[in-house]
Design a protein around this ligand. Structure first.
Ligand SMILES: [Zn+2]
Length: 506
């Protein structure tokens, strides 16, 4: 079956990263980008380089090391934005500059304070500039769905003339409804004949819960690229959810006659990684990646599924990479078994990295009967993150008892030195965090603290995520351990490492 190819443009690291409370460092961004490449998306929008030095660094790192995928950087239609975006991605195997300007009157009047003629002229000049730097240019007309269709068409036609290869028509404010949005896209194809020679893209927001439905309506109207994000992350109510888009096209391929290049069995793992690093939990009933998405509770359904799976299942859980944790290691598994399990998961580890992972693995396997694929994934991520840390939790001691103050002592390694700190205070978490502050010589304010278990069972690894405010800025840290106290202390130290990277902690 030769269905039309739909290109998946992932904006988890740009639009998704703009969600409140998400602060990924450049290593975490790289980790997500590598997983997105494994997932098989066509384009990774890695960030908005002009917005901050940290964003620039993250985009550049991804451009230099992630292969097999287009790496895209966002730029307003401003010369400095466009050249900065290019500087960040110029070393990518397949770089793309994505530049945008608003076309709706409400934005022109109140935000840009420019006339339609001026906007048309800027769009023309900035697309031309981007095309002079980079072969692959995408142009977006922000707030397209609330723009005058004729004016929008003139801007899109100009962008195509100046060399944009992808034209994105976003529903920036999430206002469209599917039938109307499909017609809107058809209307642009009619007004701008040049759109047939480029990729037409859509970027839908989920304010009314219609982002996926609108994207699908656009595909039926001829769009060939969909902008979306893992777990539907993004500004406000988020973007179209990548996993839903991909699984709709996959499950209903006979009806829609479209296909993507996504390796669906990597979906669950990508969702878990993004949730873990961003701290955004996935709602249990979320389609495709929610905990209950494939659970049958009703007796009638269970009975049916046991007799014949397809009675109540339209998708197989294994097709999105769930419930097929074939890899199970135990305390007798050796280095070789670990190495091949890691390779199966897609991690290529150097000898040093493998050694470190093995030490870590042994510690876990001593206390946990079965070490599963999910555990291993977390373990490697944890080790890779540690490699880039300057502060390291070397030792800790906490005492806690009902009715008495909690006492903590910690030792933190920093470039060969050992820093120690103590604290006596109300709760055990508070006391260990204060002891870490004292060792490092800072004052962090705990803004958020979450614990969850990675797998099932009492011996599951516990994962802790903290958000710590230092000098008015928030820094997140995630860590895992069999022991929740240890995971908490490590997560706190990791947050301080993130603060250190930008100079907020010395
Ligand atoms: Zn957006």
């Amino acid at each position: 079956m030769n269905s039309e190819r739909i290109y998946i443009f992932d904006t988890t690291l740009r639009d998704g990263e703009q969600s409140p409370g998400i602060s990924l460092n450049s290593f975490e961004k790289l980790e997500i980008a590598e997983q997105l490449a494994r997932l098989g998306v066509d384009v990774i929008e890695a960030g908005f380089p002009i917005s901050s030095p940290g964003d620039f660094e993250g985009v550049e790192k991804i451009a230099r090391s992630v292969s097999g995928v287009t790496v895209c950087a966002l730029a307003r239609a401003i010369e400095k934005d466009v050249t900065t975006a290019w500087d960040a991605i110029r070393h990518a195997e397949r770089p793309r500059i994505h530049t945008f300007i608003s076309t709706s009157d409400v934005h022109l009047e109140h935000q840009l304070r420019k006339s339609r003629d001026e906007v048309l002229e800027i769009a023309r000049r900035m697309v031309a500039l981007a095309a002079s730097l980079c072969d692959d240019v995408e142009f977006s007309a922000m707030d397209a769905t609330r723009s005058d269709p004729d004016f929008l068409a003139s801007v899109l036609a100009a962008a195509v003339e100046e060399g944009a290869r992808t034209i994105n028509i976003p529903d920036t404010v999430g206002y469209a409804i599917p039938s109307e949005f499909g017609d809107f896209i058809r209307g642009q194809f009619q007004r701008v004949p040049g759109l047939r020679d480029v990729a037409v893209s859509v970027h839908c927001h989920n304010d009314l819960g219609l982002a996926v439905a609108n994207s699908l309506a656009a595909v039926e109207a001829g769009a060939t690229q969909i902008e979306c994000a893992i777990n539907g992350l993004g500004e406000r109510a988020g973007n179209a959810s990548l996993e839903e888009i991909v699984m709709i096209l996959e499950t209903r391929r006979a009806a829609l006659d479209r296909m993507t290049g996504v390796k669906t069995t990597e979906i669950s793992r990508t969702s878990r990684l993004v949730s873990q690093l961003t701290g955004y939990d996935v709602q249990p009933n979320k389609a495709i990646v929610g905990k209950n998405a494939f659970a049958h509770e009703s007796g009638i359904h269970q009975d049916g599924v046991l007799k014949e799976r397809t009675t109540y299942e339209i998708m197989n859980a294994a097709s999105v990479g769930r419930g097929q944790s074939d890899i199970v290691l135990g305390k007798h598994s050796g280095r070789h078994a670990l190495k091949s399990a890691m390779e199966e998961l897609g991690f290529k580890l150097s000898d040093d990295e493998l050694n470190q992972a093995f030490v870590h693995f042994k510690k876990i396997a001593d206390r946990k009967k079965q070490v599963t694929a999910v555990d291993l994934e977390h373990l490697v991520s944890e080790d890779l993150r540690e490699l880039s840390d300057i502060f390291e939790l070397k030792a800790y001691h906490v005492t806690a008892a009902a009715g008495s103050m909690s006492e903590s002592r910690v030792e933190i390694g920093k470039e060969g030195q050992r820093l120690s700190g103590e604290s006596v205070t109300g709760g055990s978490m508070e006391s260990i965090f204060k002891a870490i502050d004292n060792a490092v010589g800072t004052r962090g304010k705990l803004k958020d603290y979450q614990v969850r278990s990675v797998t099932e069972g009492k011996d599951s690894l516990g994962e802790v995520r903290v958000v710590v405010e230092v000098g008015g800025q928030a820094y997140a840290g995630t860590a895992l351990s069999i022991d929740v106290v240890e995971a908490s202390a490590k997560a706190y130290v990791r947050a301080l490492n993130n603060a250190y990277r930008v100079g907020a902690v010395k």
